[in-house]
Ligand binder design. Structure first.
Ligand SMILES: CC(C)(COP(=O)(O)OP(=O)(O)OC[C@H]1O[C@@H](n2cnc3c(N)ncnc32)[C@H](O)[C@@H]1OP(=O)(O)O)[C@@H](O)C(=O)NCCC(=O)NCCS
Length: 182
């Protein structure tokens, strides 16, 4: 079991799929984690979520240390090992937003991925209206690398999709004290 100050990180367990399904059916979350229409998903969607979790290179369920509550998930997927490029994803239940958990979890998991997987960069995409995610990624040192214009139609308007990334040396410089790198 891995830990940060207030969180535990454990592997996927069968019952976690119920949380993943509940989160994907929550408009506040689904709105920002895919470009699909926001519609309630049928129960068979759980199989897709399970496959997605199990197909990640690193997949952590995030648990609140004090209560044992399921907070959310975060993952890294290395699709093409030769490029040593990990794609990052995170989502947490809205009741836990604004407590610093998103930053704490992202920092732990990305730092762990750089060390454990030997990757040379972490990549992600974020919709332009996702101010909370953007704030987390900027705090951690991610750079804006490109923009796909009009990538998503949501809430009656077009929005851009931003590509962000951080290189291993940028991460090491920004986080060397807390990640134990020198
Ligand atoms: C992204 C997410 C994980 C962040 O989790 P969180 O626990 O709320 O994150 P934190 O509390 O660590 O940080 C949130 C930051 O966003 C800022 N923020 C929140 N809403 C904001 C807004 N509307 N405008 C500007 N900043 C905002 C907060 O002030 C905070 O920054 P600060 O610590 O500098 O004050 C969470 O919002 C989530 O799961 N969202 C839905 C799924 C999602 O968007 N995933 C990412 C897809 S790219």
């Amino acid at each position: 079991m891995f830990t940060s100050d207030r969180l535990l990180f454990r592997g996927f367990q069968d019952e976690d799929v119920e949380h993943l399904y509940a989160m994907r059916n929550d408009f506040r979350i689904a709105r920002f984690v895919n470009l699909e229409p926001n519609i309630p998903h049928p129960t068979k969607y759980k199989e897709f979520l399970r496959t997605q979790a199990e197909g990640s290179t690193i997949w952590f369920s995030i648990i609140e240390k004090n209560t044992g509550n399921f907070v959310g998930q975060c993952s890294i997927k290395v699709s093409e090992p030769k490029n040593r490029d990990g794609t990052f994803g995170i989502s947490t239940y809205p009741k836990f937003w604004g407590k610093g958990y998103g930053t704490e979890a992202s920092k732990f998991v990305i730092g762990y991925a750089f060390e454990a997987l030997g990757i040379q960069r972490v990549s992600l995409t974020v919709l332009e209206g996702n101010a909370a995610a953007m704030a987390v990624y900027k705090k951690l040192g991610f750079k804006h690398e490109g923009t796909k214009r009009r990538a998503n139609w949501a809430e009656g308007h077009w929005e851009d999709l931003l590509y962000m990334g951080i290189l291993e040396e940028e991460w090491a410089t920004a986080h060397k004290k807390t990640q134990g790198l020198s």
